[in-house]
Design a protein around this ligand. Sequence first.
Ligand code: FMN
Length: 200
Amino acid sequence: MNKPANLSTFTPQQPIWDRVFMVFPLVIIGTREEDGSYDLAPKHMAIPLSWQNHFGFVCTPRHGTYHNAKREGVFTVSYPNPTQWLQSSLAASPRDSEGHKPALKALKTFPAEEIDGVFVHDGYLYFECEIDRIIDDFDINSLIVGKIIRTHVDSDALRDADQDDQELIFNNPLISYLHPGRFTQIRDSMAFPFPKGMKK
Ligand SMILES: Cc1cc2nc3c(=O)[nH]c(=O)nc-3n(C[C@H](O)[C@H](O)[C@H](O)COP(=O)(O)O)c2cc1C
């Protein structure tokens, strides 16, 4: 079979990520700063790393989040609702000359229970994580891996044998970040047609 005529081909010298859209989650990572205040920063490169309790996100050592997580040994994860696009964006505001992010004052928070950290109010899913390992040198990025030690979920967003999954997502829509620079709200969904006999 020949290569399809409509394919453009790129070398590793031409990273593709800003040339095509891809679907990502959007989370807000919470860490404790050296002065005892709390930082919040949005991340889209963030996913569960096992069927158990591993969660990882990609961060660069150029960001405060990396150093805070490494020093404190813990971080929080807040999954915002689609209405929280503004809060998610504000959490990426640049730091001022003293290293603070004044824009974070616009985000309502509540404390984690098991670790020293905060969550963003009005999200639907929250993790309290202890650092499991940090893997550096993916170019300028690192993978920060946590072990989830507590999870909190908005009860309305919890799956329930008595409720249809489609209805659940319709009533509790999800936000997705479409890199680069767009987002969407997901309400419509379909059951995935798994092949007969498939094992996880
Ligand atoms: C929608 C969105 C997604 C982002 N995703 C990531 C990401 O996955 N990894 C990353 O290192 N930075 C990401 N950033 C950038 C940082 O979170 C941002 O620069 C942040 O302000 C760094 O703050 P800090 O110094 O407090 O850690 C993202 C920013 C936005 C707006």
